[in-house]
Design a protein around this ligand. Sequence first.
Ligand SMILES: Cc1cc2nc3c(=O)[nH]c(=O)nc-3n(C[C@H](O)[C@H](O)[C@H](O)COP(=O)(O)OP(=O)(O)OC[C@H]3O[C@@H](n4cnc5c(N)ncnc54)[C@H](O)[C@@H]3O)c2cc1C
Length: 505
Amino acid sequence: MNAQVTDVIVVGAGGAGLTLATELALAGVPTVVLDRLPGRNLQSRAGAIQPRTAEMLALRGLLDDALGRSIDYRLAGGHFAGLPVPLDYAAWDTRYPHPVLLPQDQLEAVLEDRLTELGGRVLREHLLTGLHQDAEGVTVTVSAPDGERSVRGRHLVACDGAHSTVRKTIGAAFPGRAATVRMATADLVLTGAVDDSTAGHISSRIQTSPEGHFAMIIPLANGLQKLIFSGPRTALAERDAPVTTEEVREVLHATHGGTLDVSEIRYASRFSDASRQLEQYRHGRVLFAGDSAHIHSPAGGQGLNLGVQDAFNLGWKLAAVLRGDIGEDLLDTYQTERHPVAARVLALTRAQGVVMGPQRDDGVGELRDVLTDLLRLPEANRYMAGVMAGLDLRMPSPDAADHPLLGLRMPDLDLVAADGGRFRFSDLTRTGGGVLLDLTGAPLAAAAPWADRVARVRAGAESGAVGAEAVLVRPDGYVCWAGGAGLTETLTRWFGPADRPGEAG
Ligand SMILES: Cc1cc2nc3c(=O)[nH]c(=O)nc-3n(C[C@H](O)[C@H](O)[C@H](O)COP(=O)(O)OP(=O)(O)OC[C@H]3O[C@@H](n4cnc5c(N)ncnc54)[C@H](O)[C@@H]3O)c2cc1C
């Protein structure tokens, strides 16, 4: 059997896999995307994207499409553990200071549309069944509608979700904590007094019962509602057991006193609060992104955001390595930058699990009161808002002490060019390259040899101060140089030497 040959094999076309595939397509890297399902999964699942994910979509010109598909309902701020204090994301100087209610299937549609525009496509009903890697590449066996086939790539990225076949096949340990709570979610049609108000804090949507039922109802489009729930019956159900109408009715009755009923369950699935993370995101030529690398409870709405941001971090690096711009060591920064971010989310979701857990006579109620009071303090609220929104991330940088901007996200400034033209910083990042933004008119000729990888733009900031005369911003929107010495070294570190290895000088 002759193998189809490509540069990158992406396994899984969820949020992580589709983001990675679009980034690679943008960079012109030959990629094969495999997914076992016959079509996109139409269940809403994740209900919102956080501000940093919204900013990253804006960097590629994808946010307008996403906003057009979002639900016309505004959560009044984010939340920590469902506590009744809105998190004030506006304190982080972002254009998107609230979660965007974008059902996961709609985000996937935005990404797949872009992938198609860029000439890529997902091979559906392509189930990865085997994998072998050697020093030069990875060969996979795939079960497809026309029989078994094999695909060979220089790298493989596993975006195949929580129960990752790739992870199991290569025998990577997935240490962490087993499930303590089992829950379910369903997109359904409800009858009765459904609250369809268009704004509110998420805490007002959570109902519990003394018998341990939990229900949260979030509006979707087309008359559907998303119910996230648990209860004594759900807690004992097997992962693959179908969600039944009786089970949903019991929860609705216990939490809403019979004012609501279900007339149709369109899609449903079960999940848990199991919390696990790979120690290494790279195993030779195999890399992991999204739920294949980390799982945790959905408390606080972080999982899809983590996966999309993993992919934004990895995509440009993998493309640069495959183009021959830079050595494979660049891929090590994927681990150092993204592993701690997911580790923090795992810790925070476990903490939220305790705070949101059943109120027993063990101090949890008092802990909830203490945390509620703390979140009313502006500084504490700002801290937690930055964490939950993903806006406080700082990429580790050897020079971080040199300038307060290093490693932080570049704000989406309003800029004005010398000819008076107005644009946003995010208009400069559509093509997926780096940007050297010169805000003072000082000559930055030193960067000229990188012109094929880094756009040089001279503009003034219309509003907001950057705190630097010039900034070098990576393709994923993080500042890696902020004026002063060391521009050539920084360009070389992130974009490779001016003359590509192997190129004549
Ligand atoms: C109720 C609920 C609410 C949530 N809310 C939020 C939220 O508000 N915000 C948030 O950020 N996250 C949320 N999450 C988490 C989010 O749904 C996941 O983190 C996200 O789906 C992970 O994306 P992924 O691309 O890594 O994996 P997945 O979306 O699981 O995609 C994996 C893909 O791989 C394919 N695949 C699997 N095995 C194979 C194989 N062997 N061969 C080929 N293809 C394969 C699958 O078909 C699938 O398409 C929520 C989750 C739940 C359950």
